[in-house]
Structures are given as structure tokens and as C-alpha cells.
Design a protein around this ligand. Structure first.
Ligand SMILES: [Ca+2]
Length: 228
């Protein structure tokens, strides 16, 4: 471990202690009612194609909801394919690039707050999935680069560019700090994000505040720390 890694781990340890004893000052928490096609966030555009992606977010999804729905966290569609990227939840966390999908083994739809990150290294084919700052899955799924010029949606799954929503794919519960980067975040960066009481880093591809929120989604300041 380098000195900088050690410093970040030490900072993360302090933040964990603080987070568990106070409300977190996270901004931009979104509360989805669920079971509709009206609630989502949209942000158009990707300037250049991607060969590496990291997406991170906070979520809290009721266990009962995933018995009848597959709430979608993030969807990126282009004119070539509606499922360029999908991150969704059954009881576990699932990701897909077109028809190539992967799953993290642990239950995340349990009515508790969870931080999650997914990394796609499209040059090597490795997908890594982190829950609450810990790597839970490393899966080899070779796919091609992600084309530019598409549309990003949070809280719904696109079956056509910017639309084609279904009730069964709607988000329910809380979603916060959805950020997307054009690089693979390191494990210590993800560990630090998962215990931060606010946004340490904004995504350089899409940041949470880039999304235009539609429908009846409420914004609030969530208690978004591990264990709350
Ligand atoms: Ca779709």
C-alpha cells in the first residue's frame, strides 16, 4: 500500500466512525414512489466513446418491491442499442452491456442503504462489482466499446432512445450520488466513496446533478452512510 492509499484508508476509517453517529449531509437524494413510468432522471450526451467506465451510487430498495419489479438504477442507450449499459436490481445487483450481463452474489434490495460501484474495463473484459466499498464480484465478460452520443437515464430502463419505459423496470426507494467516470476507479477510491458523508468526487462523464429529474420524484437529504 502506498502512502496516498494509506492516507485515504485512514480518512475513510474516520468518516465511517462519524457517519454512523450522525445524519449525512449528502445532497440530491431522490425518493422514487415506484410502479410508474413517469419518474426518472435524464441526461443526454456522451462526447466520445468509452473503453472504460465506472458507475457509483447510493440506493435503498424495499425487499418486497423486487418480488414484482426489476428496479433500474442506470440505463445508457444509443441509436445502435437500447441496452448499451444497464444497472438494475432483482434482489441482487445486476449489470449488462447489450446481451452480456453479470451479477453480484449478495442481496442489496433489503430496505437498507447500500453504496455500489460497477467498473467495466472494456479493453480487458473484466467487470468488477463493489457493494458498501467491498469488491463482491470480478467477472470476465468481453464486450466492445461504448458508443458516444447516447442518452443516460436514472430510475428507468430505456427500450428505445430516451423512452420505452415500463412500470416493472421503475425504481422505488432512494437513489443518490449517481456518478459516472471514463476510467476504472481504484479499490481505495471506491472504499472512500462508500463511507463518505458527501460527494468526494463527481463523475467526469455524468455527475448526479447533470440529470433532469422528471415525474413525482422527491429530493431530500438522505442519511446515506454505511449502516444507517
Ligand atoms: Ca432496455
Amino acid at each position: 500500500m502506498s502512502k496516498i492509499e494509506f492516507v485515504i484508508f485512514a480518512l475513510a476509517a474516520v468518516l465511517v466512525k462519524e457517519c454512523r453517529s450522525q445524519q449525512c449531509p449528502c445532497n440530491d437524494g431522490l425518493n422514487f414512489v415506484g410502479d410508474n413510468v413517469d419518474e426518472y432522471g435524464i441526461s443526454r450526451g456522451l462526447e466520445k466513446s468509452l473503453t472504460a467506465v465506472t458507475a457509483c451510487f447510493w440506493m435503498n430498495i424495499p425487499a418486497s418491491y423486487v418480488k414484482t419489479h426489476s428496479p433500474t438504477i442506470l440505463s445508457y442507450a444509443t441509436s445502435y442499442a437500447d441496452n448499451e449499459i444497464i444497472i438494475w436490481v432483482t434482489s441482487t445487483l445486476k449489470v449488462a452491456r447489450r446481451s452480456i450481463w453479470a451479477e453480484s452474489p449478495n442481496v442489496v434490495a433489503d430496505g437498507k442503504n447500500h453504496h455500489a460501484c460497477v467498473t467495466w474495463d472494456l479493453s480487458t473484459g473484466w467487470i468488477k462489482m463493489y457493494v458498501d466499498g467491498i469488491k463482491k464480484a470480478k467477472i470476465f465478460r468481453p464486450t466492445s466499446f461504448i458508443p458516444a452520443g447516447g442518452t443516460w437515464i436514472i430510475g428507468q430502463d430505456q427500450d428505445r432512445l430516451g423512452g420505452g419505459f415500463a412500470k416493472r423496470d421503475s425504481m422505488k426507494g432512494f437513489l443518490a450520488e449517481v456518478n459516472v467516470w471514463d476510467r476504472i476507479l481504484c479499490s481505495y477510491e471506491i472504499a472512500a466513496l462508500a463511507v463518505s458523508c458527501g460527494p468526494l468526487m463527481k463523475g467526469n462523464v455524468k455527475a448526479h446533478n447533470d440529470f433532469d429529474i422528471k415525474g413525482g420524484v422527491e429530493t431530500f437529504k438522505p442519511a446515506c452512510c454505511l449502516g444507517n
